[in-house]
Design a protein around this ligand. Structure first.
Ligand SMILES: *[C@@H]1O[C@H](CO)[C@@H](O)[C@H](O)[C@H]1NC(C)=O
Ligand SMILES: *[C@@H]1O[C@H](CO)[C@@H](O)[C@H](O)[C@H]1NC(C)=O
Ligand SMILES: *[C@@H]1O[C@H](CO)[C@@H](O)[C@H](O)[C@H]1NC(C)=O
Length: 443
């Protein structure tokens, strides 16, 4: 297969700006209102007809002797040859059960983002957290909780022990296993917690220790952003550290020791909390429209991104060895890997008279490449979870309306569901069972 991929850095920079505006919106006061609104919208929701809660081991006691962790696979890692299929929803109108009824696929994994405010009495909003867990329990899946800390300093132990107790309650009372993705995309400038590897790795270890002390039914995921264009210097919410402003993080990030932070540095290593703290590794990976036009994804795009096998202008000045995420963090460490958020967009406002492709063709080009036998069974056998980002995101300038969803329109989801159902290595919640020790079985 062709592994040569040339991407315009300007295009990438533009789309990371879109991400930045989204992150900023999340981190602002609007979050509180949004959370409240979603909670009110859904607190009285009932399981839709046709969706029966799956049999889950309720109640279980994660602290009992039977809840020991197995040594052969990571927690919630499916056996070799299986890849879990998951979704992140726009919770303002969609839920896993509505999706399951509509599309006919029960998500194996469901993502939600939540802010962690260490100074609050309840660092994670318990009403919201338990509502999400309940929604996941209705389809019998795994809850991927992406925790976005509002700060990485001065976090008291109680914040983590409270969160760990809440997670244990979700595991034991709802029977919902969890994957905690703490501080995702910490290697980017669009998160307030970005570019702080010293504090980030410390906090990842602390929350991991707190959770593991209470339950084995939750796995810890470390998931930076794809590092092709690392480091990002424009459009974000934070600046790169310098030797003057933040000597500790500057030194950690200047991996080649040349006194500057640029593409010659390692986008991942400085942020890695350590083998014993990380159960799963993951990478946010998306396709974007190019030169303002909807296009099919390039051949070899997934391979090139995960292996750092980039050529052409985009490769100049980059340490490509350091960008081989799959070999360094999945293969070499034998850890299961995820694309915890991913997808290809359709941008309706970019459709012109010259457009020859369709939303279905664009999205099909994504799922057939990511979920192909070549990708999952040959090139990346440890890629055991792929989560599609089911949102339509409009940037503040209103120039783009990236619709990443496969489940909104039947024109897309009917062929999509047929594809998923045709491959026995792609696993949905209806084939899963869990133990309180974190062992996952696939029927
Ligand atoms: C998790 O499993 C380990 C290994 O078997 C065990 O030592 C530990 O007590 C278990 N932890 C909990 C909270 O059950
Ligand atoms: C590139 O990154 C790899 C992996 O981190 C490292 O071993 C190597 O020394 C780096 N090369 C340069 C030229 O910095
Ligand atoms: C499709 O998305 C819109 C919002 O973009 C939402 O209002 C609508 O309910 C969705 N329809 C389905 C079938 O998911």
């Amino acid at each position: 297969m062709g592994n040569r991929v040339c991407m315009s850095r300007r295009t990438l920079a533009f789309f990371f700006w879109l991400k930045a505006t989204f992150a900023m919106a999340l981190s602002m006061a609007g979050l509180g209102y949004m959370v409240y609104r979603i909670y009110v919208l859904h607190r009285d929701a009932v399981a839709p007809i046709g969706t029966t809660p799956k049999s889950v081991p309720i109640p279980i006691d994660p602290a009992s002797a039977v809840c020991r962790r197995s040594s052969s696979l990571a927690p919630l890692e499916p056996p070799t040859g299986n890849t879990l299929i998951g979704y992140h929803y726009d919770w303002s109108y969609d839920t896993p059960a509505l999706f399951a009824n509509r599309v006919g696929l029960r998500p194996a994994v469901v993502n939600a983002f939540m802010a962690m405010q260490p100074s609050a009495t309840n660092a994670l909003d318990w009403n919201m957290l338990s509502w999400h867990a309940w929604q996941v329990s209705l389809v019998g899946g795994i809850f991927q909780l992406s925790i976005m800390p509002t700060t990485l300093t001065g976090i008291p132990d109680e914040a983590y022990t409270t969160i760990a107790a809440q997670i244990k309650a979700i595991n034991s009372e709802r029977g919902v296993p969890m994957i905690v993705r703490f501080g995702h995309e910490m290697n980017g400038n669009w998160m307030t917690y970005g570019y702080k590897p010293s504090q980030y790795t410390t906090e990842f270890r602390r929350i991991t220790n707190a959770i593991r002390a209470q339950t084995n039914m939750t796995a810890m995921m470390w998931a930076p952003n794809i590092g092709l264009s690392y480091p990002w210097t424009t459009g974000g919410v934070i600046d790169l550290p310098t030797a003057a402003t933040d000597p500790t993080n500057f030194a950690l990030m200047d991996t080649n020791g040349d006194g500057k932070l640029d593409g010659g540095d390692d986008p991942y290593g400085p942020y890695y909390p350590g083998d014993e703290y990380v159960d799963w590794v993951g990478i946010s990976l998306y396709w974007y429209i190019s030169a303002g036009a909807n296009t099919l994804i390039q051949d070899g795009y997934i391979y090139a991104n995960l292996k750092g096998s980039i050529t052409g202008d985009s490769a100049v000045g980059l340490n490509l060895t350091a960008r081989n995420f799959y070999d360094r963090f999945a293969s070499a460490k034998n850890k299961p890997m995820a694309l915890p958020e991913s997808g290809a967009p359709w941008v309706a406002s970019a459709v012109t008279a010259a457009t020859t492709t369709t939303e279905l063709l664009v999205k099909q080009s994504w799922w057939t490449q990511v979920l192909s036998t070549q990708t999952l069974q040959v090139d990346f056998p440890l890629l055991k979870l792929v989560v599609n980002f089911e949102e339509k995101k409009t940037d503040t300038a209103g120039t783009a309306d990236n619709d990443w969803r496969v489940g909104n329109s039947s024109v897309v989801y009917t062929p999509y569901a047929s594809f998923i159902n045709s491959k026995t290595n792609l696993v949905l919640a209806n084939r899963l069972s869990f133990s309180c020790g974190g062992t996952l079985s696939v029927s």
